[in-house]
Ligand binder design. Structure first.
Ligand code: FPP
Length: 264
């Protein structure tokens, strides 16, 4: 186990210092029997966070990585079963080369520091995206993490890396079309389940709760199929300053909502 851990996965329960700050909540305010099974997060605002401090954008991404650790640990502690984090989109390649290179090193850095503790804590690491498009060093690191945690039965930490929802759905359509062309699939028999089984999220429940940070109110090509009935929660807080208490506020708000799935 590396001694360079960013803080340890399981810290003691935070003492409730009284009323929570607006937009935050304490863990003690959550109903333990209604924790969202799957929480998906669009981690936005790294660049603006850095700019607001006169720092280079990559400093924002680096602090964003620390927030990943913080939020994964808190999610695990309150019993979230799947945490999906949008780490790099298929559109993010349009960014300056140096920033893309930095972002492609982050999974490696994160896993070199945290993989030991993730294993110790029974966390299963998954990747959702076009793995073939990743640089070799990134691919090697994520493959190792996926392989070494494959048998873990605790929280699934699912990184959307080189991920785009339209790309994912087009590929699912191609897979179905190929099966149909080979005569192995009757087009009339295709159901939502058949389609879902070809998505990169196959086997995971749909997100119950979507969080987006930094004040932006859009989906940015993220899990468009899977988010059909999810509850959305937005905050102006930039991702690097997103704390456990912001996550708890999102979960508390989720617990106040009535999910009707189109019914009454
Ligand atoms: C969006 O902020 C953030 C990203 C494109 C990268 C997200 C990556 C991390 C938080 C680190 C990932 C860590 C691991 C372990 C994979 P932005 O740069 O678009 O911010 P801006 O809108 O303020 O410019």
């Amino acid at each position: 186990m590396s001694g360079r851990s960013i803080g340890g996965w399981f810290r003691g329960r935070r003492a409730n210092a009284g009323a929570s700050e607006p937009g935050t909540a304490d863990e003690s305010e959550l109903a333990p029997d209604n924790i969202p099974r799957h929480v998906a997060v669009i981690m936005d605002g790294n660049g603006r966070w850095a700019k607001s401090r006169g720092l280079p954008r990559i400093a924002g991404h680096h602090n964003g990585m620390k927030a990943v650790k913080r939020i994964a640990k808190a999610a695990d502690r309150i019993g979230i079963q799947v945490l999906t984090l949008y780490a790099f989109s298929t559109e993010n390649w349009k960014r300056p080369k140096a920033e893309v290179e930095f972002l492609m090193k982050l999974p490696e850095e994160f896993l070199s520091i945290e993989l030991g503790e993730l294993i110790e804590n029974n966390v299963q690491v998954r990747m959702m995206g076009n793995m073939e498009g990743l640089p070799g060093h990134t691919l090697a690191a994520v493959r190792e993490a996926v392989r070494r945690t494959a048998d873990n039965t605790g929280m699934i930490l699912n990184f959307a890396l080189n991920y785009g929802s339209r790309m994912e759905m087009m590929e699912a359509v191609r897979l179905l079309a190929r099966d149909a062309a080979r005569g192995e699939l009757d087009p009339e028999s295709i159901t939502e389940e058949t389609f879902e089984s070809r998505l990169l999220s196959a086997g995971l429940p749909d997100p119950d709760l979507l969080i987006r940070t930094s004040g932006e109110l859009r989906l940015s090509n993220f899990m468009l199929w899977q988010l059909a009935y999810s509850e959305f929660w937005f905050t102006d807080v930039y991702w690097p300053e997103f704390t456990e208490q912001h996550l708890f506020a999102a979960v508390r708000e989720y617990q106040r909502r009535a999910r009707r799935y189109g019914g009454l």
